[in-house]
Design a protein around this ligand. Structure first.
Ligand code: UTP
Length: 278
């Protein structure tokens, strides 16, 4: 069994790019085909060996809590019908995992949301982080988090997932500077949140998968608000890279930016075509 058994899901953001859909519904509950984004994330975490799912919610996010709970009335209604099997995956998830929740009362940034997770993941354990609006798949093998857990077992340090993006898009991401350590793995020397396109140190962009070691909490506590006045996890990880070791892992597979309408439609088409081929 791996050391990583807990996965944190920061899900407190407003999801303004999906208004009005996200006015009363969490972005993480938007369905790609029939499954909400956060369920894809939870399935990826289970595959990687996690069984405690810790979700950082906020106001208006109760649908997430309800989704990972039994719905007696509904289940009673469809019992014995052909529709029953449509709930079998989510029932399995509920049986296998423990779900814990806390709220981020103010949107102070991803670093702050992760800090709020300290009470859930504990202050002594390494843990995974999944941003459910980054939907990742690897049709050729291990899921992205599983690939990262395997790397963690080798190096026991913080790891961020990254991918190459076109130079004109780097301003949308946290971008890393580093040296190649082994195939697809860089040692990070610097990280910049949303740099100007002409000032980015590389085109290696961080996406929403992390493995963090517990020292990160002390570092976040000392980190000052950065870009947009938010507490950026990128800044805390940059500090961690200077004190110890942070690896950037170029994952195998595909990532859909389901926080944007284009990425969401792309993911929907991808999964729809997969279903049609079955
Ligand atoms: P985004 O940058 O996508 O922000 O956050 P958002 O509010 O969710 O969406 P837009 O930009 O308004 O459309 C990236 C991830 O970090 C979480 C979000 O829930 C999302 O999963 N997050 C961000 C928090 O949990 N708390 C924060 O304060 C900020």
């Amino acid at each position: 069994m791996s050391d990583i058994t807990r996965c944190l899901f920061p899900a407190a953001g407003y999801g303004t790019r999906f208004l009005p859909a996200t006015k009363a519904m969490p972005k993480e509950m938007l369905p790609v085909l029939t499954k909400p984004l956060i369920q894809y994330g939870v399935e990826e975490a289970i595959e990687a060996g996690c069984d405690v799912m810790s979700i950082i919610t906020g106001r208006g996010k109760r649908a997430i809590t309800d989704h990972f709970d039994i719905s007696y009335e509904l289940e009673h209604q469809i019992q014995g019908s052909s529709k029953e099997k449509m709930l079998s995956d989510i029932r399995n998830i509920i049986d296998k995992c423990t779900f814990t929740y806390t709220r981020q009362n103010e949107m102070k940034g991803l670093g702050d949301a992760i800090y709020k997770g300290k009470v859930l993941v504990g202050e002594h354990n390494p843990f995974a982080v999944i941003l459910a609006d980054d939907l990742c798949v690897n049709p050729k093998g291990d899921g992205v988090l599983t690939q990262m857990v395997k790397l963690y077992e080798k190096y026991k340090c913080c790891i961020v997932a990254c991918m190459e993006v076109p130079k004109e898009d780097v301003h949308k991401y946290g971008v890393i500077e580093g040296k190649i350590m082994e195939n697809n793995v860089h040692i990070v020397s610097n990280m910049i949140e949303k740099p100007d396109n002409d000032k980015a140190p590389s085109n290696l962009a961080v996406i929403g998968r992390y493995i963090l070691t517990p020292e990160i909490f002390e570092i976040i506590k000392k980190t000052k608000p950065g870009k947009n006045g938010e507490l950026q996890i990128t800044d805390a990880l940059c500090e961690q890279a200077k004190n110890g070791m942070v690896l950037a892992y170029k994952f195998e597979g595909k990532r859909f930016d389901c926080g944007s309408v284009d990425g969401f439609v792309e993911a929907t088409n991808y999964f729809y075509n997969l279903e049609k081929k079955k």
